[in-house]
Design a binder for this molecule. Structure first.
Ligand code: ADP
Length: 328
C-alpha cells in the first residue's frame, strides 16, 4: 500500500482553499487508497510572529476540522507534529544536506520574508529553514505521495532533491516522494484579489471563505467577489482570473468541469449565486460535524494521542536509519 503524508499549518482559521486544494481529497480519496498520515504542523506556525495561546487553540481547531472534513481515525493517522520528536530530529540532519542557497530561492520564503521586512519586523531563521522541516515531515514516514495544493509544489520538489542527495551520499535511507494535486481548485484565489491565493496565513478579510463561516457570510463574500471587466462568462485563468476562480470553486463543489460550466452561464450574477450556494452546501456537513466534535474534546484528544503514538512508531526506524547512515 502506498504511504501518503500531508499537513496543515495552524497559522489561522482553515479556508475553502485548504479544503478544496487538499483536505477534501484526503478524506474522499487518499485515506481509502493509501496508508495515510495527516498532521497539524504546529512547529511551522512558529516561523513568523505568533501568539502561543492562539497557536495552541488553532492546532486543536485545525485537528477538529480535519476530522469534521471526514478524516476517519480508523482509516488514517491524524496527529500533531510537535507530539512526535522525530520531525525535529530529522530536520537537523537534513539541514546538513541542504544548502542556504536553495533555501533562499524558495518563493514562499522570499515573499514571506519581504512581508516581514516591510512590516519592520525581523525574519526568523526558522522561516528560512521551514522547507527542510517540511522535507523531514514527509521523509520520516517513507512517504510515496504528498497530496497538496499547487502552492506547495516547490517545497515537495526540494524534498525530492534532499532525499536523492542524501541517498546518493550516505546510502539508501529515504523513499523519494512526489506531489499530487487535485484536478480542479489546486489553487483557490482570494475573492477580492484573484491574482493572489486564498491563504489563511497572510491575510484576513472579505476575500477569504473560512470553513466555519456562517452561510450568510459565505453568500456575502461570494456575491462581492471581484470579477473582470468583460461581461460574458469564460474560463480563462490568465485574462479572467476572477471568473475562472469562481468557476473552479463551483466545479470543485459540484464535481463539474469549469470549462463546461462556463458555457452554462451568461451572467456573473447567476454564476456567483450558484457558486455561493454550492459552497454553503459543501460546508454544511463539515460544520455540523465540527459542532458535534467540539462538544467532545476528549474524543479529539484521544485521536491525537493515538495518532502520535502510531506516527512515532512509523517514523522512528526511518529517522534512526538516517542517523546511522550520516555517521551518528
Ligand atoms: P495556508 O497557505 O492557507 O497557510 P497551509 O500551508 O496550511 O495553508 O496548507 C495546507 C494545505 O492547503 C496545503 O496542501 C496547501 O497547498 C493547501 N492550500 C492552501 N491554500 C490553498 C489555496 N488557496 N488553494 C488550494 N490549496 C491551498
Amino acid at each position: 500500500m502506498k504511504r501518503v503524508f500531508s499537513g496543515v499549518k495552524p497559522t489561522g482559521h482553515l479556508t475553502l482553499g485548504n479544503y478544496l486544494g487538499a483536505m477534501r481529497q484526503w478524506a474522499a480519496v487518499d485515506q481509502h487508497r493509501a496508508d495515510a498520515l495527516f498532521c497539524v504542523v504546529d512547529l511551522h506556525a512558529l516561523t513568523v510572529e505568533h501568539d502561543p495561546g492562539r497557536v495552541r487553540r488553532l492546532s486543536r481547531q485545525s485537528a477538529t476540522l480535519l476530522l469534521a472534513a471526514g478524516l476517519d481515525p480508523e482509516l488514517c493517522t491524524v496527529f500533531v507534529q510537535s507530539h512526535v520528536d522525530e520531525h525535529a530530529r530529522l530536520s537537523y540532519v537534513l539541514e546538513c544536506v541542504a544548502t542556504d542557497g536553495e533555501m533562499r530561492r524558495m518563493i514562499q520564503y522570499r515573499e514571506k520574508a519581504a512581508r516581514e521586512r516591510e512590516r519592520g519586523g525581523s525574519v526568523r531563521l526558522s522561516l528560512l529553514t521551514y522547507p527542510v522541516l517540511m522535507a523531514a515531515d514527509i521523509l520520516a514516514y517513507g512517504t510515496d505521495e504528498v497530496p497538496v495544493g499547487d502552492d506547495q509544489a516547490q517545497h515537495v520538489e526540494l524534498t525530492r532533491d534532499l532525499a536523492v542527495r542524501f541517498n546518493q551520499r550516505y546510502g539508501q535511507a529515504f523513499v523519494v516522494p512526489r506531489a499530487t494535486h487535485p484536478p480542479v481548485a489546486a489553487r483557490v484565489m482570494n475573492l477580492q484579489d484573484p491574482t493572489s491565493k486564498m491563504g489563511k496565513s497572510e491575510d484576513v478579510g472579505p476575500g477569504i471563505v473560512y470553513l466555519l463561516d456562517e452561510p450568510d457570510a459565505v453568500r456575502k463574500k461570494v456575491m462581492r467577489a471581484v470579477t473582470d471587466s468583460g461581461r460574458d462568462v469564460a474560463y480563462d485563468r490568465e485574462r479572467r482570473p476572477g471568473v475562472a476562480n469562481l468557476l473552479e470553486i463551483l466545479a470543485a463543489c459540484t464535481q463539474g468541469d469549469p470549462r463546461v460550466l462556463a458555457e452554462a452561464y451568461d451572467s456573473y450574477g447567476a454564476l456567483k449565486k450558484d457558486t455561493a450556494e454550492a459552497v454553503v452546501e459543501t460546508l454544511r456537513p463539515l460544520q455540523a460535524r465540527h459542532k458535534e466534535l467540539r462538544a467532545d474534546p476528549s474524543y479529539v484528544e484521544g485521536v491525537l494521542r493515538d495518532g502520535a503514538e502510531r506516527a512515532r512508531a512509523m517514523a522512528r526506524p526511518v529517522v534512526d536509519a538516517a542517523y546511522r547512515a550520516i555517521g551518528l
